[in-house]
Ligand binder design. Structure first.
Ligand code: TA6
Length: 274
């Protein structure tokens, strides 16, 4: 476990003796790189700013306490704030835990006391993430959260997203104006136009098969994340749209936490060749 403070933003590097590496920025607790066998499964958009002037558009940004537009800023404040380095653990499965709690700025936007603890562990060739969100105040609140995951693709048009529950799932189509509820009737998801879909209740193992790069990525939603969001700004070259797909692990249906209660989200990434 190494802390790199050479650039404008602080980042933490995890690596294993088997050659797996992960890079986590403390701004937004954003994992921006996860490399196994020399292949990085994550993607940072070419228009991303890595100087703190805006949230990092790439890797695994956190949306919290809001997903999308709403009462506060788009996707909430967690991705805009510096998280504290809470602890780290070296060894065969290196790990780091980052922490975010309320401050004057967050209380002005969202009047609740909370604690987020985010642990990232490299375990053989799997990236394990655990997010714990606790209500540390004395009144209930509700929140939404998501990992707005950007996955690298050789060619987004040759990429398929799979999960048995997509077939006949109801979803919110945010490309429609106004956004409209619809039913997904074709099973697997492929991309040939801009896509922004929120599938409520699709979770568990979601697989991304990337025929062009001959890669497969298993997204294992092990706890808390009950919804899946698929986003592609298809056609937008400034965003490098061909080379990523966002397959997001979300808790978009608001979650209520009573004082002292905690919500836990667990998502693991397991890459392999196709
Ligand atoms: O999760 C999909 C989405 O909410 C899209 O609607 C689009 O706005 C995207 O996220 C990117 O959001 P950002 O604020 O990071 O530019």
């Amino acid at each position: 476990v190494e802390v790199d403070e050479s650039g404008p933003l602080r980042k933490i590097l995890l690596n294993t003796s088997t050659g797996c590496e992960a890079e986590i920025y403390t701004l937004g607790a954003c994992v921006t790189s996860f490399t196994v066998d020399g292949y990085d499964s994550l993607f940072v958009r070419p228009d991303a700013k890595l100087d703190g002037s805006k949230p990092i558009s790439g890797g695994l940004p956190h949306c919290f306490p809001q997903f999308g537009p709403g009462k506060i800023q788009q996707h909430g404040f967690a991705r805009n704030l510096e998280w504290e380095l809470e602890s780290s653990r070296p060894g065969a499965s290196p790990s780091v835990t980052l922490k975010l709690t309320e401050n004057e700025e967050t209380l002005a936007m969202w009047p609740h006391k909370f604690q987020c603890l985010y642990t990232v562990t490299l375990s053989s060739s799997i990236l394990c993430t655990t997010l714990k969100i606790k209500n540390t105040g004395n009144s209930a609140f509700d929140f939404q959260t998501a990992l707005h995951s950007y996955f690298r693709t050789g060619d987004v048009e040759q990429t398929t997203v799979k999960n048995g529950a997509f077939l006949f799932a109801s979803y919110l189509d945010k490309t429609a104006s106004p956004p409209a509820d619809s039913t997904w009737s074709t099973g697997d998801i492929t991309i040939s136009k801009p896509v922004d879909y929120v599938f409520s209740g699709v979770s568990g193992e979601v697989t991304v098969e990337d025929a062009a790069a001959r890669r497969k990525l298993k997204i294992k939603n092990l706890a808390g994340y009950e919804d899946t969001i698929i986003w592609s700004p298809f056609g937008d070259d400034n965003m490098g749209y061909k080379n990523f797909i966002c397959v997001e692990s979300g808790k978009v249906t608001p979650q209520v936490l009573q004082p002292g209660e905690e919500w836990v989200g667990k998502m693991d990434l397991s890459p392999s060749s196709l």
